[in-house]
Design a binder for this molecule. Structure first.
Ligand code: AMP
Ligand code: ZN
Length: 478
């Protein structure tokens, strides 16, 4: 049984989707004003793994993640760079998509942009006003928090803390400092759209309410984002969606990822303590970065440091070595023909144990470190058993299960080592060596000893030692 920690109830709950066999989920995506940092990337990777695991469980997942392409940060940066907000958005959306591919994020069902939904946002704001929860001041529209009795349902903050959080953008015209801007009147030099309240642009919180409803319908199953979004962003989203669209609980499960930290501080652009995802991905192998990002339980903080990255690099190598051992054994058995061995049964037991253990950990609020520990327990057993296995079927099953589980974590065993598009995998290298040995055997049959020796010696020179045994040639890397 899958259990997920719901921020709404502050407890782990059994996951039961609203509609059988399908999951509708929305994850707050990047504000596309700059390169995302590696902390943002943690959020992307975490929710990708959650989505992949839900798919593994048999659900059809509708996965929406947005691009915030209009807000203060967008406007300021576009002005600094002397380009339009639209150009800025295109530039960083393209960058996000490159990073997404490098981190092996599965493409979203849809990646909507706020500016594609201005009419829908205006419609929502109008509904809120009509229902008595919104008021207009000089072309701005605010949500009247004091009228919305369940305000704070998600944040669960004391009233004064809710106010303190809202003071960041204090505005004399608000009736209550907690009131949130649904629509902002045009300021000179800012992009704007026509609305019943004059030219202006949407407030940030409005877009996610609107796009969630538009693409998934209300209520939907899962809403995700970093834990900084719990308040005020998601609190406001609940107030807007519930009031505008008459749904008591617009989202069933709220999931929030913990922060990626540096020296125990949240990584953030404003603090300046950040590394961009771009520079990290340029410096380290992409799959190792992905492995690092999901190496901690998603709600816990994850520190960014050289040791943690190196650990991920080593883990990846251990995984690849184990997979190569299995693939190599398959090649050998294919050459020599299979037989039944005691190790077959033991490997099968280890696979079953992996299956059970991996699911148990992931069912426990997506406990990826626990799931990875199960993978390594399996690998340890497989490394000792594989050379003694006599049957390729069980080896293929081991590969299939490992590949499937690692793919849930975002690690693609088919992708080439050392880079995403270049290089040759160890399995292909093994197959090439096997081919050379076949040619050598043919030469020996033809009594072409010079050729046979040449192949053996040349392989020896590059560190591949060939030995002739009564069962045929074997090789090992020195
Ligand atoms: P933004 O582009 O700032 O809207 O952020 C995109 C996503 O990254 C949001 O879900 C944020 O909550 C999340 N996020 C921001 N900083 C961090 C961090 N240091 N660690 C993990 N997630 C973060
Ligand atoms: Zn959002």
């Amino acid at each position: 049984m899958l259990k997920v920690y719901n921020t709404l109830s502050r407890s782990k709950e059994e996951f039961v989707p609203l509609v059988e066999n399908q999951v509708r989920m929305y994850v707050c995506g990047p504000t596309v004003y700059d390169y995302p940092h590696i902390g943002n990337a943690r959020s992307f990777a975490v929710f990708d793994t959650i989505r992949r695991y839900l798919e593994y469980k048999g659900y059809r997942v509708f996965y929406v993640t947005n691009f915030t392409d209009i807000d203060d940060k967008m406007i300021n940066r576009a002005n600094e760079e002397g380009i339009s907000v639209q150009e800025l958005a295109s530039k960083y959306i393209a960058e996000y998509l490159v990073i997404a591919r490098q981190l092996n994020l599965k493409p979203a069902t849809v990646n909507p942009r706020a500016t594609e939904h201005i009419d829908d946002i205006i419609d929502m704001v109008q509904r809120i006003i009509e229902k008595g929860y919104g008021y207009v001041v000089d072309g701005d529209v605010y949500f009247d928090v004091s009228e919305w009795k369940s305000y704070g349902v998600l944040a669960k903050l004391a009233s004064e803390d809710l106010e303190a959080g809202a003071r960041v953008d204090i505005d004399e015209r608000k009736q209550d400092p907690r009131d949130l801007a649904l629509w902002k009147a045009e300021k000179p030099g800012e992009p704007s759209w026509d609305s019943p309240w004059g030219k202006g642009r949407p407030g940030w919180h409005a877009e996610c309410s609107v796009m969630g409803k538009y693409y998934l319908g209300l209520p939907f199953d899962i809403h995700g984002g970093g834990q900084d979004l719990t308040f005020p962003h998601h609190e406001n989203e609940i107030a807007q969606s519930a009031s505008a669209y008459d749904v008591e609980t617009p989202v069933k499960y709220w999931l929030h990822n913990g922060f990626l930290t540096i020296d125990s501080e949240k990584m953030s652009k404003s603090e300046g303590n950040f590394f961009t995802a771009r520079e990290v991905l340029d410096n380290y192998e992409h799959q190792a970065v992905r492995l690092y990002l999901i190496s901690g339980q998603y709600r816990q903080p994850l520190d960014y440091n050289a040791k943690a990255i190196n650990q991920a690099i080593q883990s990846l190598e251990r995984i690849r070595n184990a997979v190569d051992t299995i693939r190599g054994r398959i090649l050998i058995l294919e050459r020599s023909g299979g037989r039944v061995a005691e190790a077959d049964k033991k490997l099968k037991e280890a696979i079953d144990k992996l299956q059970e253990g991996f699911e148990k950990e992931m069912d426990d609020d997506f406990n990826t470190p626990g799931a990875l520990a199960e993978v390594f327990t399996f690998i340890k057993a497989s490394n000792t058993l594989t050379p003694k296995v006599g049957n390729t079927a069980v080896l293929r099953e081991a590969l299939a299960v490992l590949s499937e589980f690692l793919m849930i974590l975002g690690i693609d065993l088919q992708a080439e080592e050392g880079g995403q598009d270049a290089g040759i995998s160890s399995a292909k290298l093994s197959a090439t060596i096997e081919l050379l040995l076949e040619i050598r055997e043919q030469a020996r049959k033809n009594k072409d000893w010079a050729m046979a020796d040449l192949i053996r010696d040349r392989l020896g020179e590059i560190g591949i030692e060939v030995a002739d045994t009564k069962d045929g040639p074997t090789w090992k890397v020195n």
